[in-house]
Design a protein around this ligand. Structure first.
Ligand SMILES: [Fe+2]
Length: 210
């Protein structure tokens, strides 16, 4: 199916879940989709594991947390939610609800300094060990705002999110998760690995490989 200007395909006979919605109707949003210029040299699940890796939010991104993300994480059959309310080192306050859907979709609704925006990254796997990463960023025009002003806000949140991602990207390539090396601070990440291990798999070409 096509959503947000991106074409999605489900690996199986029937999709088990839908492409996630933003908090506001798509028709009311100014929305922009694009592609990260370089492939990431890891599988999509490694990129998704960045979100439940709660230790890195304070240790790498240096967020000053206002909530307890360990307490606030919730799990659904085909998604998980990791709310974050924090002041970023540059000053803006994020109150966001990042989610992982399936094993390759990152989807986030929330506010920066009180203004709503949406930000998602969608991972394709063109070949094992590589991810092609697409994104969608969106905002709601405020009353009395010109399209140029809304676009300026989109530029601002895209830059903010890209600067956070730029801290993660160099680390992805060297990320090697090893059983037995997790700590208490990784307990939400450990739960995410369990989610991944038990996630339904589909192998449409299995019959041809016997
Ligand atoms: Fe990160």
């Amino acid at each position: 199916m096509e959503r947000y200007g991106i074409v999605f395909a489900f690996n199986g006979r029937e999709p088990r879940f839908s492409i996630p919605d933003f908090d506001h109707p798509e028709a009311s949003l100014m929305l922009r989709s694009g592609t990260f210029p370089d492939r990431f040299l890891v599988d999509p699940w490694v990129i998704c594991a960045n979100t439940p890796d709660l230790l890195h939010i304070t240790e790498l991104h240096r967020f000053d947390m206002h909530n307890d993300p360990y307490e606030d994480a919730t799990w659904q059959d085909y998604s998980a939610t990791f709310p974050i309310h924090a002041t970023t080192p540059a000053g803006p306050v994020l109150d966001i609800r990042p989610e992982i859907h399936g094993t390759n979709l990152f989807h986030q609704n929330g506010t920066v300094d009180g203004r709503w925006f949406g930000w998602s990254t969608w991972m394709g796997i063109p070949t094992p060990g590589e991810s092609a990463v697409f994104y969608t960023i969106c905002a709601q025009p405020e009353p009395g705002e010109t399209p140029e002003q809304t676009a300026e806000f989109l530029d601002y949140v895209l830059k903010l999110e890209m600067s956070i991602a730029s801290e993660d990207v160099p680390i992805f390539a060297s990320m090697r998760y090893t059983p037995g090396n997790l700590t208490r601070g990784d307990r939400v990440l450990a739960r995410f690995f369990e989610y991944l291990r038990t996630f339904p798999r589909s192998h449409p070409s299995a019959d041809f490989l016997k």
